[in-house]
Design a binder for this molecule. Structure first.
Ligand SMILES: NC(=O)c1ccc[n+]([C@@H]2O[C@H](COP(=O)([O-])OP(=O)(O)OC[C@H]3O[C@@H](n4cnc5c(N)ncnc54)[C@H](OP(=O)(O)O)[C@@H]3O)[C@@H](O)[C@H]2O)c1
Length: 267
């Protein structure tokens, strides 16, 4: 496969302290990118930075930030500007879910999740896009979810937030054609990361166990699709079929089947 030469380009990776974000950092370091790693856990970012600098000889910076906090993305962007590295590749990956009946979720927590899953990636796109357009090139990857394709009981708010990212990203891909800026939405299915612990889901359903992927594979699918100029990609054939089917049946049916597969072996 012939793909773009990314050597020396600066990649901002959000949520780089674990899971998919860490996998993206490794993939981009291997391609010679200069890295800006961000998440809240500074110790993990520093360890990854040191490891990737040593392994690939790339420049890297660890900029800890809380992207759900008021002013968090703006403050991060100011620190990136002070660093003087133009963001040429934006991997909008940081995100989290909240598992459980919606009526039982805490509003402050739900609000914070929506700030992280919707507002932070939207703001980072706004802030990075002008520079990309001025340079006539750039890459933006938005990490949504297979849950973006259907109403998802017990992840109701999270899945709806991911639907925002899916539609936002695919629309941007269309608007920006011919500009040199490529936008792609990656929708992973169930992936072995810290996601479920952070979401408060202790056990996996049978369906989740059967469709589980590893983070390296899902990240590689996303990066390949981004570099190839695709508008969106679902990681894995099974997940792709689920998303394809969910988009073709009435939403109420999709909600019914999703609830069934997430909960039938827990009742
Ligand atoms: N795993 C799955 O099954 C799955 C499926 C579909 C989509 N996704 C999506 O994939 C993306 C990556 O998640 P993951 O699976 O890799 O889970 P993960 O291992 O829990 O990683 C989430 C990342 O987001 C960061 N993060 C969380 N809250 C943050 C905040 N307030 N400010 C800044 N960074 C924050 C975390 O770092 P700190 O805690 O250090 O801040 C961590 O690096 C998310 O957008 C998720 O919705 C995951």
């Amino acid at each position: 496969m012939k793909t773009a030469d990314l050597r020396g380009q600066t990649a901002l990776i959000t949520g780089a302290s674990s899971g998919l974000g860490e996998a993206f950092a490794r993939l981009l370091a291997a391609r010679g990118c200069r890295l800006i790693l961000t998440a809240r856990r500074a110790d993990r970012l520093e360890a990854l930075k040191t490891e990737l600098q040593a392994a690939y000889g790339v420049e890297a910076a660890a900029l800890p930030a809380d992207l759900a906090a008021e002013g968090g993305p703006a403050d991060l962007f100011r620190r990136i500007e002070a660093l003087g590295w133009p963001v040429e590749i934006l991997i909008n990956n940081a995100g989290r879910g909240a598992w459980g009946p919606h009526r039982a979720l805490d509003w402050a927590d739900d609000r914070q999740m929506l700030a992280l899953d919707i507002l932070a990636p939207a703001e980072l796109v706004h802030r990075c896009l002008p520079g990309m357009l001025a340079r006539g090139r750039g890459y933006i990857l938005l990490v949504a979810s297979v849950a973006a394709y259907q109403p998802t009981p017990y992840y109701a708010s999270y899945a709806a937030a991911k639907s925002y990212l899916l539609n936002f990203g695919v629309a941007l891909h269309r608007e920006l054609r011919g500009s040199g800026v490529k936008v792609c939405v990656l929708s992973p299915g169930v992936t072995r990361t810290g996601f479920f612990e952070a979401a408060g889901q202790q056990q996996f359903s049978l369906y989740q166990r059967l469709t589980m992927m590893n983070a390296e594979r899902a990240a590689a699918v996303g990066l390949k699709a981004l570099l190839r100029g695709r508008a969106s990609v679902v990681a894995g054939v099974r997940n792709g079929l689920i998303a394809w089917a969910a988009a073709r049946i009435p939403r109420a049916w999709a909600a019914f089947f999703t609830e069934f597969f997430l909960t039938f072996d827990r009742r």
